[in-house]
Design a protein around this ligand. Structure first.
Ligand code: MN
Length: 172
């Protein structure tokens, strides 16, 4: 009978102990807009989602919380958001940065969003820039009035994060 070889060629397979990092990398303390319902940027027809990166969006909003919310959402989705708190600065800022989209609060002190939309649509350099109006006011005929002023889109406050970003993505 053949002699049994036992164990003489057993491989020593024990892996070398891995050196563990003594410190884990920490996540940034501030992570914006990680809401569970916040969608990924929509891919366009070609399936490329990266080409929306860096598109500029002018945000005209006097309410500081809303302004931050909109800008955080936009930045978290790859846009470059430019805040304007005072409607009286909106036209100059729009001419300066030539945005891909303007998000316009309607109820502003000093000058109404409707008036600003009218001024932008009367401006040869700005008229092609799509405007998305955002307003809490939900009176009858409100949307018609906003669209008649020239806005391409309308989103009511309080915003749905998904609707907001989808609407933005339809224009920029
Ligand atoms: Mn307002």
């Amino acid at each position: 009978p053949a002699a049994r070889r036992s164990g003489s060629s057993r491989a020593r397979a024990a892996p070398a102990p891995r050196r563990r990092h003594s410190r884990r990398k920490s996540f940034p303390a501030k992570q914006l807009c990680r809401a569970a319902d916040s969608p990924k940027p929509a891919a366009d027809a070609s399936g490329e989602s990266f080409n929306i990166m860096g598109k500029t969006v002018l945000v005209v909003e006097d309410n500081e919380l809303n302004l931050r919310l909109f800008c955080d959402l936009l930045n978290a989705h790859g846009y470059s958001a430019h805040p304007v708190r005072d409607g009286r600065d909106a036209l100059a800022k729009a001419r300066e940065i030539a945005p891909d989209l303007i998000i316009m609060d309607i109820q502003l002190p000093h000058v109404s969003g409707l008036e600003l939309i009218g001024q932008m649509k009367a401006d040869l350099t700005l008229r092609a820039v799509p405007i998305m109006a955002v307003t809490a006011y939900a009176g009858k005929g409100d949307e018609e009035q906003i669209r008649a002023a020239g806005a391409e889109a309308y989103v009511s406050k309080p915003i749905s994060v998904i609707k907001f970003i989808e609407s933005v993505g339809a224009f920029a």
